[in-house]
Design a protein around this ligand. Structure first.
Ligand code: MG
Length: 302
């Protein structure tokens, strides 16, 4: 297989957001710059949320104003509502990603709005974003399962994806927010979703909570997905399973892709070095497996 997959590193937002150790703005910028130096070209860097709810993002306006401009590098900022969208536009961040949830209960608890209300909010945001020529994508969280409702009917997710596609969003992402999917779930859902969204790029966000994250990424690639979220070092817990692993690790995904002959433009060695560096400021070990085991074939000593 000779191909290319784009990795979106979500470490600087999704990864660190749930960490109890707060990073200062300089450290966040260094993390982002290290990822860029490793070859990452899209980075989830910010979320425009209430700082009282998410203390790790309290400096988001300053952070975004200090992000370095690099050719071909795009920074993504997450928004959950109208106010967040206005702040994101004001900040000048490159790409805006709205989040909704496939499950009614989870949506109301997490977003404080029903699925229908979220759709209407996102529809308004998309109209404005399009008028301003602002990139806007949508993530459907809990696409593979809900901590409150359990199973999510794949058809429900496909219908939501179709509605967002009809709005003309720039990208649609499916997230396994609680890390319950297995590869056959991924194949089945993608088979339903992909015909509904036509040419709109599809991104997937997997968690390794139950050790299926890399296998799910493989299933998504086999189905034709070419944009995958991952976080350097695997930083980022699963908010519904304290102590459990969350985001799939960038280096674990890179290792698989590299061995499959799929290009990413990213240096796995530099990602591993960044994961090891990040252990310092966060004061904890990273869950990524490739960083512990090392590369294969082994890199010859200089
Ligand atoms: Mg995540």
């Amino acid at each position: 297989m000779n191909d290319f997959v784009e990795i979106v590193d979500v470490g600087p937002r999704d990864g660190i957001q749930s960490q109890s150790t707060l990073l200062d703005t300089d450290t966040k910028i260094e993390f982002i710059e290290r990822l860029i130096d490793a070859g990452v070209r899209r980075i989830e860097a910010a979320s425009f949320v209430n700082p009282k709810r998410v203390p790790q993002m309290a400096d988001v306006d300053e952070l975004v104003s200090r992000l370095q401009k690099h050719d071909h590098v795009k920074y993504i900022g997450l928004v959950l509502n109208r106010r967040g969208f206005d702040r994101a536009v004001q900040s000048g961040i490159d790409q805006i990603n709205c989040t909704t949830v496939a499950s009614e209960t989870f949506c109301q608890r997490n977003q404080g709005a029903s699925v229908d209300e979220m759709f209407r909010t996102i529809a308004e945001i998309v109209v404005e974003a399009q008028a301003a020529k602002q990139f806007v994508g949508v993530t459907i969280a809990a696409s593979f399962g809900c901590p409150f409702e359990g199973e999510i009917a794949p058809q429900r997710v496909a219908t939501m994806a179709r509605q967002f596609a009809d709005l003309g969003v720039d990208e649609i992402a499916l997230a396994d927010t609680i890390g319950v999917a297995v590869p056959s779930d991924v194949s089945r859902l993608l088979e339903l979703v992909m015909p509904e969204i036509g040419a709109i790029p599809l991104r997937v966000h997997f968690h390794n909570t139950r050790n299926t994250g890399v296998a799910n990424a493989y299933a998504a690639i086999q189905a034709g997905v070419r944009i995958i979220d991952a976080s350097c070092g695997g930083v980022g817990g699963c908010p519904f399973a304290p102590g459990a692993t969350g985001n799939v690790a960038t280096e674990d995904i890179l290792y698989m892709l590299q061995r499959m002959g799929i290009g990413t433009g990213i240096s796995i060695e530099k990602i591993i070095a960044t994961a090891k560096w990040l252990e310092g400021p966060l004061g904890s070990a990273m869950p990524a497996m490739v960083s512990r085991a090392g590369l294969f074939p082994p890199v010859a000593a200089a």
